[in-house]
Design a protein around this ligand. Sequence first.
Ligand SMILES: [Zn+2]
Length: 466
Amino acid sequence: MTATLVRAGHVLTMGPLGDVRDGAVLVDGARIAAVGPYGELAAAHPDAAVVGDEHGIVVPGFVNAHTHLSEGLIAGLGETLTLFEWAPAVIVPASLHLDRGLARTGARLKAAELVSSGVTCVNDQFGHMNTGSLASLGSVDALDEIGLRGVVSLGAADNPTGDVSLQVAAIADEHRALAEHAASTRLVRVGLATLLVSSDDLIAATVAVATELGLGTHVHLAEVREEWVDAHLRWGHSCIAHADRVGLLDLDVVAGHVIWVRPDEFGLLAEKRVAAVYNPVANMILADGVCPVARLRDAGVRMAIGTDGAASNDSQDMLAALKTGSLLQKVTAMDPAVVTAADMVRMATIEGARALGLDERIGSLEVGKDADLVRLGGDRPGLAVVHDPYAQLVYCAGPADVADVWVAGRRLLEDGRHTTLDLAEVVASGRDAAARLAAAGGIPLSELGRAAPRAHADRSRPAQGQ
Ligand SMILES: [Zn+2]
């Protein structure tokens, strides 16, 4: 296979080389063979195919550090509900009926969105409650089929209607089956996940399996006020303190949210090397609160960025997460300098890779690393004028500006077109599967889709459907 020179006006390596004007990345097989000025690389590699020109931006592929591909078929429901209302109304009914086939269909649909917004690695906490279905393996099926890199973990909570001890055993079996399945793929790894709303037995079992298999864990931590209050009522201390007491923080932990965190807990999170994931769009939709990103980073806590699930975002558009994430920090602090566009890009690339323990292979454009990269085309309106490539990427670019995406040297997106999936078929099968899942779960689509404003909401807002 001929090597390819991926060229752009600005190559943001996020590594020791910094930013290269009119630069290029030489992709040879699955790896990056060279990075530098285009002129030099073109002279040294005259036979290489060239993609791109002296305009646009090339950046390492984005790492979406927190999502739930299990929600691929239930987006856009319950907009006016808080997390503790929305989960039982939308998530639980669907998760009781997810199976491996539906999971694959939903994950393919979301993977298409991810790739289109420049994501090359996704950290999926696949949540379901259909014990024994091994539904989470469907997410691995989809990622493997499309060629998207990922870490998949089973985000299991006990089924409240079932026998708790049986559930714990079945969940542990699925963790192991998932690990075995992921091991058969080239790009998908497995992690473990748990939810602190689970029974103490399940949390303990998850910690035990993670320790036994040497796996990292992916948790939700301190997302909403109700969780903070619930933890104090249940255990007499905060959920972060509880995660520490049960040994969770002694594992490699990627923790979604970390919003309801006290300043005196920042040091513990830094010391335990917890990677916190900021999910601005989902946090705003569910009115969770605001992650103190700058203060956590200043305290030494590792930070990454995620979209969160397809039903709590409600898209998988990573570029929207970058822009919203920056804006939310600025307006909350009433300080436009509190985070910069470059901070956001770092968190979405090298820091995200570090959070997942993958920074030796991805996260920056360096010789020897896997060729996971994105080209945003200078022929697109959003990238036509580039004064500051970071600001342009975070505040101006959208999926329509993403021209090409490579994962391990394989081009998944070619001039905006998917090469590893039939988009029309993925969309049609997703539509059909979503209808079947909603019917099976008895999800009242019309009511939840047109939820009335809450009693205390702004009365000036017109009630929909009336
Ligand atoms: Zn989540």
